[in-house]
Design a protein around this ligand. Structure first.
Ligand code: ZN
Ligand code: ZN
Length: 205
């Protein structure tokens, strides 16, 4: 009777499965509660775009608030190039952010920072890694694709705020822009970036 011979094997398989499940259970780290993301539009940033990006970010982190527009910080203005220093903007908002919050500031103005020996290098966004503040600008985006590209830059900067570094995957949101705008080639977070963000409580499939 084949059934009799199969019985011990069945038991063995169930035991193996059980120990595997137990081992998995012991190793699973419960995701942390996600940080509160505060979206702060600056200057005349369009309200419709703030709402669009708010709705998109809320999908990955429901604890996301949208603030009313406030003026751009004057002390961040760099008259020589008629643009704003991104490093100054994030330093101002980092100081006002609580331990469990991340501020993402939105602007239409050109922003810059010091990078690779260049004193004033124009960028799309900047964040502390990890940290409590980031800034994203529409200025360098393709004018025909602003809502789509803006979300990709915003989620990239928020990824840095959660501790993520640049990613070698060409289709990952954490790809290094290297002075250009590769957002059209980005399709989502790669599996390894996703794993890190899920541990931070982000809702990613
Ligand atoms: Zn980056
Ligand atoms: Zn990645």
């Amino acid at each position: 009777m084949p059934g009799i011979h199969n019985q011990p094997m069945k038991n063995y398989v169930s035991l193996l499965l059980l120990s595997l499940l137990m081992a998995m259970g012991c190793n699973t780290v419960a995701p942390k509660a996600p940080k509160i993301i505060i979206i702060q539009p600056l200057g005349a940033f369009p309200k419709s775009l703030s709402r669009t990006v708010w709705n998109q970010i809320k999908i990955v982190n429901p604890n996301t608030l949208l603030q009313e527009n406030i003026p751009l910080p004057e002390q961040a203005y760099y008259p020589v190039r008629n643009r704003y220093r991104a490093d100054s903007i994030i330093s101002i908002f980092h100081r006002k952010a609580g331990k469990d919050t991340v501020w993402i500031t939105l602007t239409e103005k050109d922003i810059s920072t010091t990078k690779d020996g260049i004193a004033d290098w124009g960028i799309m966004g900047l964040a502390y890694r990890p940290g409590r503040a980031c800034v994203v600008s529409t200025f360098r985006l393709d004018k025909q694709k602003i809502p789509e590209q803006f979300y990709k830059v915003a989620i990239h900067e928020l990824g840095h705020s959660q501790g993520l570094d640049h990613c070698p995957q060409q289709t990952c949101y954490m790809r290094d822009a290297e002075g250009g705008n590769p957002t059209d080639e980005e399709t989502g977070f790669c599996p390894s970036c996703k794993t890190i963000l899920k541990k931070k409580g982000w809702r990613l499939l």
